[in-house]
Ligand binder design. Structure first.
Ligand SMILES: C[S@@+](CC[C@H](N)C(=O)[O-])C[C@H]1O[C@@H](n2cnc3c(N)ncnc32)[C@H](O)[C@@H]1O
Length: 292
């Protein structure tokens, strides 16, 4: 029996453990029930716009030499949904919002989290910047008549009540990770995010024990990364098959010691090489040894 650590929202979870809870439903059912600032951060990967879904379908068709159109098994995002979701993310989260999207959609996501459609609302978020996920071994351009798409953007906003912080110091918001699993293993979802990428984002933007919301969880990659590094995650996925795969992945994920603990990192005490008079301590020791 898992003790409930997530806010009571009157919905039965599909899966729960001490780090992750997964609701198998339309995320809007969960979002509208969460109180203001109920989670620390949002890290999520919503469906892309209709034209990107069409591109994916064409690519799949060419790859399999099939004449049928293969659709992604979920609907593209529409403007009404984006506006609603962006406002809810800014209301519910008390820290970072990292939203994967096409570069072409960055401004739309920025407007959605800044709630520009609600002019009477006090701006609940600050748009910080756009980050990039580079995919060195991404899908090639099968038609060969234009450059392939080798990256995704990450719209990044802050809706915390505290001062903004992150664990990355002066590094850039550019991440390199291959979209395919290592060793030729098949991906579990057509737009699955690689775990090394998600672990990096979790490490850089969250602290141990904090709650991350992924409203478009797919096969729960954000949850796996959160649990691995001792964060908690509230996940929503409306597709039965992906929710089941996600739950299985979460159940087999174990919290692991971080190789590098960004938050609790303490600069090691330096052994002084010169003493207060500016004289080399090593030379002094050698002189002392010779004198004996
Ligand atoms: C781009 S995929 C996310 C993939 C995920 N990052 C992963 O690594 O598996 C978006 C997911 O959101 C789900 N979805 C779409 N609309 C939803 C909604 N309104 N509520 C909950 N899930 C939704 C889709 O079924 C799809 O699996």
């Amino acid at each position: 029996m898992i003790e409930r650590w997530w806010p009571e929202i009157g919905l039965e979870p599909f899966y729960a453990d001490e780090f992750c809870v997964l609701f198998k439903c339309d995320c809007r059912e969960v979002l509208r029930r969460l109180l203001d600032k109920a989670v620390h951060h949002v890290i999520t990967d919503p469906p892309f716009e209709a034209e990107a879904h069409f591109k994916q379908a064409t690519r799949a068709k060419v790859k399999s030499f099939s004449v049928e159109t293969t659709e992604l098994p979920f609907a593209p995002i529409d403007e009404l949904t984006r506006t609603y979701i962006g406002r809810e993310f800014s209301r519910i989260s008390d820290g970072w919002q990292l939203i994967f999207c096409q570069a072409e959609a960055l401004a739309s996501w920025r407007d959605a989290v800044l709630c520009t459609a609600f002019p009477n609302m006090v701006t609940p978020a600050e748009y910080v910047r756009s980050q990039l996920w580079i995919k060195p071994a991404g899908q090639p351009q099968y038609t060969g008549d234009r450059p392939g798409q080798g990256y995704e953007a990450i719209a990044t906003a802050w809706s915390g009540r505290e001062r903004m912080w992150w664990n990355g110091g002066g590094r850039h918001g550019i991440y390199t990770a291959n979209p395919r699993r290592a060793g030729g293993e098949a991906n579990l979802h057509p737009t699955e995010k690689p775990i090394p990428l998600m672990l990096t984002l979790i490490d850089l933007f969250t602290k141990k024990g904090q709650i991350v919301l992924d409203a478009f969880a797919g096969v729960a990659s954000t949850g796996v990364a959160a649990k691995t590094h001792g964060r908690r995650a509230i996940l929503c996925e409306m597709n039965d098959k992906y929710a089941e795969i996600g739950a299985r992945r979460l159940a087999t994920t174990k919290e692991q010691m971080q190789l590098f603990d960004f938050e609790n990192y303490v600069e090691p005490a330096q052994t002084p090489i010169v003493d207060d008079d500016g004289v080399s301590i090593l030379k002094k020791k050698k002189r002392k040894a010779r004198a004996l």
